[in-house]
Design a binder for this molecule. Sequence first.
Ligand SMILES: Nc1nc2c(ncn2[C@@H]2O[C@H](COP(=O)(O)OP(=O)(O)OP(=O)(O)O)[C@@H](O)[C@H]2O)c(=O)[nH]1
Ligand SMILES: [Mg+2]
Length: 315
Amino acid sequence: MEKLIARALEGDHRSIARLISLVESESPQAEIIMRKIYPHSGKAHIIGLTGSPGAGKSTLADKIIAHFKSLGKTVGVIAVDPSSPFTGGAILGDRLRMQQHAVDPDVFIRSMGTRGSLGGLSRSTQEAALILDACGKDVVLIETVGVGQSEVDIVKIADTVGLILVPGMGDDIQIMKAGIMEIADIFIVNKADRDGADRVATEVNMMLDLLGMRPWRPPVLKTIAERNEGVEEVVSEMTRHADFLRRSEEGRRRRWQRLGMEVEEILRREIAAMVEVAWEKEKSPELFELLAARKTTPYEVAERILGTILTETCD
Ligand SMILES: Nc1nc2c(ncn2[C@@H]2O[C@H](COP(=O)(O)OP(=O)(O)OP(=O)(O)O)[C@@H](O)[C@H]2O)c(=O)[nH]1
Ligand SMILES: [Mg+2]
């Protein structure tokens, strides 16, 4: 394990992949890995790319990777696939579209499922991002399909969130969905080769005006990902946003929020494990009889077990 972690920290992709697999499968070593990895993290720029299915996230990601690379940066990519069996083709699709970088030694690409604790985005997505960060990737790009909870959850993991919209897909409704305007740091109107891109961009800008001044006014950019048009600007705005976070009060607030969330998440997990152990020990046919006959209540039982947990942990 020591060796594996050391090799991963040196940037060896096979070792990194192995660590992510161990963490993803919630193996008993997961915590040891994360404890060792964590002190090395905190340097990467973590970028989330979200948007409706087919908006062009993977196509754009591929071009963004190329741009960061041309700037001399190393990149890690996590493509989060919805666990739904109906979208089983997504993994292969993403792999194919990002194939250009698949054999590239500087680019690490990984697909992951969405089951888990952070709503749409699993804990292992966050842990994989931390691993890539610790193992020396300058940029970690996370592609999440914008359905349900995951597009809101991405803000808990990413420093910079790019929301991809496309003309002619009922974007007005999509934009107005609760919370979406607030989470995006950069708006990208992709497929600008199609009619209506300007209209979408104008609507987004108008809505941003309505939301009022914020410390960071999200830029609204147009791209044609397929032709690599507008991508350079996307990358430069992403970098500008990272700089903004580094020196602003808003950036500090976000960092604190994330660190607090990390502590809370670990606390919850540990306490849940204690609860499970204590309840296993306590439950018995006699106890169930007492509960069924209403001679005691779940409240009293829980209170008693909690007392045991507390005295045991204090000893
Ligand atoms: N016309 C046009 N098509 C594009 C553009 N960018 C991507 N596409 C096409 O849109 C389709 C979907 O692109 P993807 O990159 O797979 O989109 P995605 O958002 O990653 O899709 P999922 O991961 O399945 O949600 C592909 O056929 C792309 O070739 C663009 O700028 N203009
Ligand atoms: Mg995709």
